[in-house]
Design a protein around this ligand. Structure first.
Ligand SMILES: Nc1ncnc2c1ncn2[C@@H]1O[C@H](COP(=O)(O)OP(=O)(O)OP(=O)(O)O)[C@@H](O)[C@H]1O
Ligand SMILES: [Mg+2]
Length: 478
């Protein structure tokens, strides 16, 4: 078949797939009893097969085969300038030929579906496109061309999707970053970008990425999880939600603390729904992810310097400017550096009700993180002064965690109550109490109040949030 998009020299079908690691010989020795718990066979299993979806999967398999055939046959570089009609014809022709070779007969509808999917794969983000359009996928993690993991419902799964080779992967990365005016290459080996649909994208290419490019995508959810969803999913209880509503509405300064992917941004976004619609809110983020429901919202996104090292606008720059923009509340997506100073100052000086997230594993750890950030920003203040600044700025630390079974929960709500000597004093008001593990490694536990009286009870009452005392009573084990 003649084609202007066909590669000279034909397909290199011989390209061998890398071999999987050899399976250890299980019959070699008598099994020995071990005190250790058996490890799961694999860290991540491929998605389980669903019988009812067989037909769909057959199409999926054929598509995969065809996609490989297309990649082998098409001259990808020449595609960039092809018209849509040209490209569709070309794809249909190659697909028909390959289907013939494979001896597969499809009905008309299946053919249309298939050619549409193939078109998206070639013009969109290649093999990633299917995952981007799959709403059950939260995160996409690429470790080199042959290994793509996804996170579904809190669990990592290895997919059977691959790139043809590193060059193919690099081409897709390049397509993404050049669309936002950035560049990634040996001298600029990592990059952050936002996809057209709002998803957060990070890539690191060789030689820094040793075994092939590393890509991480946090999918943008059009419908962010709200308070009700989070309560329904067991992230926290209705009682905790009532408490948080009072805290946000009465303008306490709140920090959401948590590890990577623990649900910090989701929690922050959900908490923001408690802000009165009449308030002017300014949000500052490195990658704009927050979706506030209020009418009066000004969104800012920081910008890294360009290749010449110019034009950078940091979160701190945005924050400083935001203070001149008459905000009622300031929300910083994640505080991770020098902007901490301005954030704490804002919290202390009339912009109460401000919120941010930090990367930390507990409320106490969160406070240490803040102290470290202040020290690293080059502020020379006695530790006591730093702590007193933190304790008067921050009212509440909400801890988000991704537990080992993949569930995401608010494992603690802690109030900062002041200083005792040199130490910041805090009290936990709610916590997630773990009690055990089911045989299939699901965590058993429940939320409970700790029994302490909230430091802000009076404030809540004065603002019209008269919380029933029962929500602060600890749960009695049955
Ligand atoms: N309680 C929850 N139940 C189910 N999914 C959740 C829950 N909380 C968050 N998620 C999902 O988990 C993913 C990670 O959440 P999110 O972006 O809020 O985490 P993060 O802590 O801000 O991550 P990062 O450290 O990468 O910024 C998202 O896809 C989100 O939709
Ligand atoms: Mg986040």
């Amino acid at each position: 078949m003649f084609s202007k998009y066909k590669k000279p020299g034909g397909a290199d079908k011989a390209a061998a797939k890398p071999q999987l690691a050899p399976v250890p010989d299980a019959t070699a020795e008598e099994p020995r009893k071990s005190l250790m718990k058996a490890m799961p066979a694999k860290a991540a299993e491929a998605a389980p097969m669903d019988k009812e979806k067989k037909r769909k999967e057959r199409i999926g398999e054929i598509k995969l085969e065809l996609h490989k055939a297309l990649l082998d046959s098409l001259n990808l570089a020449a595609l960039e300038n092809a018209t849509e009609a040209d490209l569709r014809n070309e794809i249909n022709a190659i697909a028909a030929e390959t289907l013939d070779d494979m001896g597969i007969v499809l009905n008309r509808e299946e053919r249309t579906q298939l050619s549409q999917a193939l078109f998206f794969e070639v013009t969109g983000l290649g093999p990633l496109e299917v995952l981007l359009q799959d709403d059950t996928v939260n995160d996409i993690l690429v470790n080199g061309p042959q290994q793509i993991f996804v996170e579904r419902a809190g669990k990592l799964e290895l997919t059977d999707i691959t790139f043809k080779d590193e060059k193919h992967l690099l081409r897709i990365i390049d397509k993404i970053v050049s669309a936002v005016g950035r560049r990634v290459d040996e001298s600029n080996p990592y990059v952050d970008a936002r996809l057209a649909d709002g998803s957060r994208f990070n890539a690191m290419v060789p030689p820094i990425a040793v075994d092939g490019s590393l890509v991480s995508i946090r999918k943008f959810k059009k419908d962010k999880l709200g308070i009700d969803d989070l309560v329904k999913f067991g992230a926290f209880t209705e009682e905790m939600a009532a408490y948080l509503q009072a805290a946000v509405a009465t303008r306490l300064n709140v920090i959401v603390s948590g590890g990577t992917g623990s649900g910090k941004t989701t929690t922050l976004n959900a908490l923001s729904s408690f802000i009165d619609d009449a308030e002017r809110i300014l949000t500052i983020e490195d990658t704009a992810e927050l979706q506030l429901q209020q009418t009066h919202v000004g969104r800012m996104e920081s910008r890294p310097p360009n290749v010449e090292g110019k034009g950078g606008v940091s979160q701190r720059d945005c924050l400083k400017n935001a203070l001149r923009m008459r905000p009622d509340r300031i929300i910083v997506g994640e505080t991770r550096g020098e902007e901490v100073i301005d954030m704490l100052q804002a919290m202390n000086t009339g912009h109460d009700g401000s919120m941010t997230t930090i990367h930390a594993n507990s409320a106490r750890d969160g406070v240490s993180r803040l102290e470290n950030m202040i020290a690293m920003a080059g502020i020379e203040m006695p530790i006591k002064a730093v702590r007193s600044q933190i304790s008067s700025a921050v009212n509440l630390i909400v801890q988000a965690s991704r537990l080992q079974d993949g569930s995401r929960r608010m494992t603690s709500i802690t109030e900062i109550t002041g200083m005792e000597g040199d130490v910041i004093s805090m009290q936990e008001v709610f916590r997630y109490q773990r009690v055990g593990l089911t045989p299939d490694n699901k965590i058993i536990g429940h939320f409970t109040a700790t029994g302490v009286r909230s430091n802000y009870s009076e404030r809540f009452k004065l603002w019209g949030y008269d919380l029933p005392p029962a929500i602060f009573e600890p749960m009695v084990a049955e």
